[in-house]
Structure formats: structure tokens, C-alpha cells
Design a protein around this ligand. Structure first.
Ligand code: BEZ
Length: 200
């Protein structure tokens, strides 16, 4: 199988971590992909019309996307337990992590795609407000889920927090989120996290 991926993308990192944690890394070859909403020339548009990564190309079926679908496929393929049946809370935790990534990536795209005088700071701050609310919700209501056995929600949140460090370090997400920051520091010790640190 081939994974269309980019080492800066937190969504691709989720998939890379699932590959490592479920013992399937050797089954997949990475295909470097680069692009953004106004330039999809380097994206696998022939197999994902949406023009986003990650995409998993298989020998025996259509290409799979997005990261949630790929992670579920890989979890089932390895008979792993990262997404326990009917664990709606864990899937909601994943949605919070992915939502933080959506907002954080959009902030980056705004900076990259528009000239400085055309950037709309209320829109950028609106994206950050989604992230700030999510950080508060994680700190106040989700620490017990983050403490349990490894699951897809933890992986998504870890990728999101690391992406905030990578692209939005000046925002200091740790302020007022001490438990979350401590959890992230401990989770980041996993070798799957160390092996997939984001790169420009
Ligand atoms: C980034 O450079 O931050 C990035 C690259 C690919 C996908 C998402 C984000």
C-alpha cells in the first residue's frame, strides 16, 4: 500500500502513528505530497478528488481517505483496539483533536494564501477561539479518557497539541491547561510520537 503524506500534516501524523502502534509500518510506502487549497498540483487528486492528504492507495480496492477512514481501516486490518466498538466518547475525543487541527491548519493557510493586507484577523481569531474552547473542554472534561489505554482520541489530541507547538508556538496553548500539558509531555515520550515529529 502507498500512503500519500506530508511530514508537516497532523492528519497524516495520526495515520503514521496508527501504522506504528499497530505494527503495520512496513506494509506501507510513503509518497511525499505537497499542496494547499489554491495549489493542488502536488496532491493525489486522481485518487482523491477532494485533493487532500492523507490518502491510502490499496492494491485491492479504491483509495481510502480521510484520516478517520484510514485509521479505522488500519485498526480493523490489524485487529487492534484503538477504536473500540460503540466507544462514542473516544470518537468524540478524536473529533475534538481533528477539529483543533482543522482550525490550526486554516490559520496557517490564511497566512500562506493571502497577501498580508488581505488577511482577515477576525476570521483568524475565530479559528483560534475554536481551539481555545477545545483546550478548555479537554482540561476540564476529558482527562480521564486521555489517561486510559491507547486509543484514537488520544492520538488525535496528541497530534493536534504538537501541531500547535509546531505552527502556533507563539500562542502558548499550555497557559491555563496544566493537566493537558503534563499529559502531552508524557504521551510525547512514546516512540511512535518521537519517530513522527512534524517537519517542514
Ligand atoms: C503545514 O505545513 O502546516 C501543513 C502541511 C500539510 C498539511 C497540513 C498542514
Amino acid at each position: 500500500m502507498q500512503l500519500y503524506t506530508n511530514p508537516a500534516s497532523p492528519f497524516c501524523r495520526k495515520v503514521e502513528i496508527v501504522l506504528i502502534e499497530t505494527g503495520q509500518r512496513a506494509d506501507v510506502t510513503d509518497v511525499a505530497s505537497i499542496g494547499h487549497p489554491t495549489d493542488s498540483a502536488g496532491m493525489p487528486t486522481a485518487i482523491n478528488p477532494i485533493g487532500k492528504i492523507p490518502v491510502l492507495a490499496r492494491e485491492d480496492g479504491p483509495a481510502l481517505f480521510d484520516s478517520r477512514v484510514i485509521c479505522r481501516f488500519l485498526n480493523d486490518r490489524a485487529d487492534a483496539d484503538l477504536i473500540p466498538a460503540n466507544a462514542w466518547d473516544i470518537q468524540t475525543l478524536e473529533a475534538i483533536g481533528d477539529g483543533i487541527c482543522d482550525a490550526a491548519v486554516l490559520m496557517v493557510y490564511e497566512g500562506r494564501s493571502r497577501p498580508e493586507d488581505k488577511q482577515h484577523s477576525p476570521w483568524v481569531e475565530g479559528q483560534w477561539a475554536k481551539i481555545a474552547r477545545s483546550l478548555d473542554a479537554l482540561e476540564s472534561g476529558w482527562m480521564s479518557h486521555l489517561a486510559g489505554p491507547l486509543n484514537i482520541g488520544q492520538i488525535a489530541v496528541a497530534c493536534a497539541l504538537s501541531y500547535l507547538d509546531f505552527r502556533h508556538g507563539d500562542r502558548d496553548w499550555r497557559a491555563g491547561h496544566t493537566e493537558l500539558a503534563n499529559w502531552h509531555a508524557a504521551f510525547s515520550e512514546r516512540s511512535s510520537m518521537q519517530d513522527t515529529a512534524p517537519q517542514t
